[in-house]
Design a protein around this ligand. Sequence first.
Ligand SMILES: Nc1ncnc2c1ncn2[C@@H]1O[C@H](COP(=O)(O)OP(=O)(O)OP(=O)(O)O)[C@@H](O)[C@H]1O
Ligand SMILES: Nc1ncnc2c1ncn2[C@@H]1O[C@H](COP(=O)(O)OP(=O)(O)OP(=O)(O)O)[C@@H](O)[C@H]1O
Ligand SMILES: [Mg+2]
Ligand SMILES: [Mg+2]
Lengths: 227, 227
Amino acid sequence: IIDSRDIHKEYRMGTQTVHALRGVSFEIKQNEYVAIMGPSGSGKSTMMNIIGCLDTPSKGDYILNGHDVKKLTDNQLAEVRNREIGFVFQTFNLLPRSTALANVELPLIYSGIRSSERRKRAIEVLEKVGLADRMHHKPNELSGGQRQRVAVARALINNPSILLADEPTGNLDSKTGQEIMELFEELHAAGNTIILVTHEEEIAAHARRIIRLRDGLLESDTIVAAP
Amino acid sequence: IIDSRDIHKEYRMGTQTVHALRGVSFEIKQNEYVAIMGPSGSGKSTMMNIIGCLDTPSKGDYILNGHDVKKLTDNQLAEVRNREIGFVFQTFNLLPRSTALANVELPLIYSGIRSSERRKRAIEVLEKVGLADRMHHKPNELSGGQRQRVAVARALINNPSILLADEPTGNLDSKTGQEIMELFEELHAAGNTIILVTHEEEIAAHARRIIRLRDGLLESDTIVAAP
Ligand SMILES: Nc1ncnc2c1ncn2[C@@H]1O[C@H](COP(=O)(O)OP(=O)(O)OP(=O)(O)O)[C@@H](O)[C@H]1O
Ligand SMILES: Nc1ncnc2c1ncn2[C@@H]1O[C@H](COP(=O)(O)OP(=O)(O)OP(=O)(O)O)[C@@H](O)[C@H]1O
Ligand SMILES: [Mg+2]
Ligand SMILES: [Mg+2]
């Protein structure tokens, strides 16, 4: 369902060009569980933004569910993003003036779900990430790991068919991190696809396949035996 | 040099009160290397903000270098912070419109160092964290781990006598994380004090003492044998 063909991404900075991705190709099928790893600055978040249709490649093709994203209109791209993809950003990207509850409800507003149903589902998923007692806190009234969990709850509320999680446990102690991984496992067991960026080996161990990037290139792509 | 006596911190939220710290006491002497650990939301960052004089306790006393911080004026507090303390924030807190170089130079502006000397020292410390080739990038032109390393460089540039690092390696792969820990070890070997919040056991293993918080209370305070 995800077919990345010779993806390049460049950033022009004055006279310099940063080659964040230098030709990366891989396919990910429905219901795979893939970890993307690699050193800091190797291009993981850049790749995730392209997979999640939040950015376009400088060169190369990205085919999502059979559609070449270059040929989709902005409306169609937004539709795919809101219906199919759940995104946990490395920087959380929460609305600073909204409560945890309002932040988690946001994807359902795009799906046209009515407000009592939205609130009910947002409370459920906040309970799942252990933040029922922090529902009315704004992001700056939460700890770092609590903000991260609100970002995870927001990504899960729409039961996405593709979950893109960029370092979802970086700010969590191991017990809380494992609880988040159990939620991902539930989504995976229901037939959905999980793509996870992490630098923690024990988090990557949940995946069945590890793609390693280095300096904007694919260094290795390994199927891992089930534990 | 750090004497925290029955520190409480409360946040009033409408009718609710959040007890982030419920009476925490410990002493840290010159040149100790302490890790503060505990579950997400247990009060680690709140404690670090009080130790770093960025916040005041609701109750209890905080004595820094023999001074009760309650009795210091705002100017005196700012003086202590700028001269003695290096802070790596969990949220990095970089100036979004300034380059990596300008962000790292910032503490030296407060110290009245002239600009050619500031630039030279900022380049040196950016080289130490492996970002010499990203000096002119703004924070949104850097990867998550690169932003974290700029925050580390900014905290080290003033050779602080107390380094407060809140989850300094959360976004770094293990090799880059180890490089940062080597820089901390250098600062420690030069006689300075290191206080580090982390949830990663292999990072905490660099410390000689581990303070564990849970639900705003001190759960344990253990001296660790040297490896
Ligand atoms: N401004 C605030 N208003 C209300 N509650 C707050 C505020 N800041 C923090 N809290 C609450 O205080 C508690 C402690 O927060 P703190 O940031 O110290 O936790 P932490 O141990 O650093 O967690 P993490 O490991 O997730 O970063 C949390 O439950 C949080 O929700
Ligand atoms: N807007 C931008 N302008 C210029 N360079 C950029 C920009 N965004 C990213 N880069 C550069 O592209 C490279 C890849 O960045 P990316 O965020 O994908 O790395 P990453 O693998 O996610 O790293 P980390 O593990 O530190 O989060 C980095 O060297 C970074 O400096
Ligand atoms: Mg990244
Ligand atoms: Mg914290």
